[in-house]
Design a protein around this ligand. Structure first.
Ligand SMILES: [Ca+2]
Ligand SMILES: [Ca+2]
Length: 110
């Protein structure tokens, strides 16, 4: 009898579609077809004040365009990760580290 009740519960969960509605809420990481080279070009385009460095705001805009849902957090993470001289900006020679971070997190082709 107890076994029968458990079976009904399981059936209810399926009927209510809990798992399927959960999946809808969690959007998958947006798949891009960008190569590392294309990513570099994209990031350079977001150097809106043309000073050759990417500020946190510029990084945030770039991640927004890549479909990141947590662009502010991503910009902060990427600065921690790729800002080698810790001046708060990603400069041209630090771009490689930035791009590698993006590849690792699914923003570009491997
Ligand atoms: Ca800039
Ligand atoms: Ca730097």
């Amino acid at each position: 009898m107890a076994r029968c009740v458990r079976g009904i519960d399981k059936g209810c969960c399926r009927t209510w579609g809990w798992s399927s509605s959960d999946q809808k809420q969690v959007a998958p990481v947006r798949e891009t077809n960008l190569t590392e080279e294309e990513l570099k070009i994209l990031f350079k385009r977001f150097d809106t004040n043309r000073n050759g460095r990417l500020s946190k705001q510029e990084l945030k805009d770039a991640f927004n365009s890549l479909g990141s849902r947590f662009s502010t957090w991503r910009a902060w993470r990427v600065l921690c990760h790729a800002d080698a001289n810790e001046d708060g900006y990603i400069s041209e020679h630090e771009l490689d580290g930035l791009v590698k971070y993006c590849v690792k997190h699914g923003y570009a082709k491997k």
